[in-house]
Write a protein that binds this ligand. Sequence first.
Ligand SMILES: Nc1ncnc2c1ncn2[C@@H]1O[C@H](COP(=O)(O)OP(=O)(O)OP(=O)(O)O)[C@@H](O)[C@H]1O
Ligand SMILES: [Mg+2]
Length: 282
Amino acid sequence: MSVIIELKNYSWKYLHSQQPALDNINLQIEEGMFVGIIGPNGSGKTTLAYSMNGLIPGQYNGIKNGEVLVYGKEVEQYSHGELQKLAGMVFSDPEAQFTAMTVEDELVFGLENLGMSIPEIRERLEWVVDLTGLEKMLLKPPYELSGGQKQRVALAAVLAMTPKILILDEPTTMLDPVSRRRVFDVLAKLKKEQHNTIIVIEHNLENLIPLADRMILLSNSKLMLEDETGRFFQNMELLMREGINPPGALRFFHELQKAGYAKDALPVNLSEASRQLMQLFG
Ligand SMILES: Nc1ncnc2c1ncn2[C@@H]1O[C@H](COP(=O)(O)OP(=O)(O)OP(=O)(O)O)[C@@H](O)[C@H]1O
Ligand SMILES: [Mg+2]
């Protein structure tokens, strides 16, 4: 598979900061991958997301070292807005994203900007409304929605433009468990049907792990760990030291392992966990 995003010896220091927000990051993301990014507050996750869609250095002042390449081209070399079309981003603060007076206009706005015809826009709108379940909210002003509803609209507005790369920065913080599940179902569908490259910053690992092909741990501006999801979670001591709270099943098997029981690799999915349990106690 081809590399779609590549960071080479990349560092970024916000203007007036003493410390770099990202420090010498080397990373490759392949096309069609679903990548989860985790790490404590202030570790550099949002900065990494901004760096991959050109908001950094475009909208922020600071000092950059090294390279960030998207489709082999340095982010600075893309013309204004071109990269944002390729790499759509959903922010954790959806408010920042809204400009229109109704949800429907909000969804249509980006499509008009892409120069789509009215029938195309109508078709795309139907698709995204169906996908995200926003039928009943279309005529409401975005500012009258609840936090969770806003987050769903923000996601839909970006999805409507079907960018090849989707970057989501804590997209479900305000969502109830059902809506959260729904967002991840939407992402699963996109991954399966459209082969988008999806990068998700998310503290809630229960939903992330089943979808993620690869995981990244940032800590204190550095890339601490990057691996295929199953292998990534074998590093339980490191993850817990970094304040990550892996799902109960993983912690349970980690305890069994420490006590000398479980010998296999720690299971990252329920069917593997059940299989190992039955083998141990069956
Ligand atoms: N606009 C800014 N100007 C100066 N420093 C910033 C700015 N934005 C972030 N930082 C600093 O950069 C570092 C990384 O911040 P970043 O927002 O990337 O962390 P994060 O991992 O996304 O944290 P969180 O989990 O809280 O969202 C922090 O030390 C933060 O204080
Ligand atoms: Mg952040």
